[in-house]
Design a protein around this ligand. Structure first.
Ligand SMILES: C[S@@+](CC[C@H](N)C(=O)[O-])C[C@H]1O[C@@H](n2cnc3c(N)ncnc32)[C@H](O)[C@@H]1O
Ligand code: SF4
Length: 307
């Protein structure tokens, strides 16, 4: 399966303290440019489109975008803060293509949740999980662990099971934040979650949680995490890339974007072996922050390869 994440809009109804979105101008993705993209993607094995944002439903032509995706034969899913979950009701008419919903909720209690997200969102994030899981859409909870909520992992797992969630994805904050867990806290948490969740619910550990002595993030290498922003820029994963613009994203440039993302990832891998030949990690090591810091050097390497 090959998927891309489309950031349909930068508009959002929340202002989460950890959000990578930053202070971006509100902008919806251009439906005409995406139409071209959808026409060419299927030739390169693209079969799943994940809608993100901002908050996807706030895109002014959200349902037109979904209609276009379905008309082109793709499956889709989306990631949401869950606040306006009832407005996603009309998606059920595409039940065959609607393959996944991810609801972000960062805490088992409103007290911890509100340290990262707008407190008004807490109840609805859980209602949203119930709303989708009870309609048998594969429903994933995404929790970003931080110093505010990481001691609640047991309650989060129990609650997710009670709400019919199919899988939980745990991550950690990418970039600088006073709420970011240390490497040791992330690793301890990972082990404890693994123990507690075993045989109860499926758990995915996002690469941003990773600090084990293996470079785990192969997102770009698998070409399954290319993200396209409303400004028409393509990123190899959450933060890196910007290797091609959507304007040029027609059939002839689509494979180039994939190739660049693979090169970028290999380049990051070789930097990694250069910095950590003995696999002894610095204290705050995590894959995403390593890439953010070293991206300029990796970019130079891929430019050299492409010339
Ligand atoms: C950017 S949001 C967009 C979709 C929707 N608004 C939501 O909150 O789910 C997608 C996911 O990225 C996560 N995210 C945002 N900033 C992050 C960061 N700095 N580190 C790790 N995850 C982050 C959010 O918690 C959320 O799960
Ligand atoms: S709801 Fe999602 S996009 Fe909006 S600020 Fe929070 S993490 Fe960012």
């Amino acid at each position: 399966m090959f998927s891309v994440v489309l950031e349909l809009t930068t508009k959002c109804n929340f202002n989460c303290s950890h959000c990578v979105r930053g202070k971006r101008v509100n902008k919806d993705a251009d439906i005409n440019a995406l139409d071209l993209f959808y026409s060419s993607g299927c030739n390169y094995g693209l079969d799943f489109i994940s809608l993100s944002g901002g908050e996807p439903i706030l895109c002014s032509n959200f349902y037109d975008q979904v209609g276009l995706i379905v008309d082109h034969g793709y499956d889709f899913g989306f990631v949401t803060n869950g606040y306006c979950y009832e407005e996603y009701e009309d998606l059920f008419k595409y039940k065959r293509q609607f393959k996944e919903v991810i609801v972000s909720s960062d805490g088992a209690t409103v007290e911890t949740y509100k340290q990262m997200r707008d407190e008004k969102g807490f109840d609805n994030s859980w209602k949203a999980l119930k709303f989708f899981s009870s309609r048998r859409i594969p429903t994933k909870l995404r929790t970003i662990l931080s110093t505010s909520n990481y001691r609640e992992y047991e309650e989060i797992i129990d609650k997710a099971i009670e709400y019919g969630v199919h899988e939980i994805a745990f991550g950690s904050i990418i970039g600088e934040s006073s709420l970011r867990l240390s490497a040791k806290q992330r690793l301890d948490c990972w082990m404890e979650i693994e123990n507690y969740a075993k045989n109860r619910i499926r758990v995915q550990y996002l690469s941003c949680l990773g600090n084990v002595p293996i470079f785990r993030c192969l997102a770009a290498l698998n070409s399954n995490s290319i993200r396209i922003s409303p400004e028409g820029k393509c990123y190899s994963c959450c933060d890196m890339g910007e290797e091609a613009g959507l304007v040029g994203l027609v059939s002839d440039t689509f494979p180039i974007i994939r190739m660049r993302s693979v090169l970028l990832n290999s380049s990051i891998m070789s930097l990694y072996t250069k910095y950590f030949p003995s696999r002894n990690f610095v204290d705050d090591y995590d894959t995403c922050n390593f890439c953010i810091r070293n991206y300029p050097e990796a970019k130079k390497n891929i430019q050299a390869v492409l010339q």
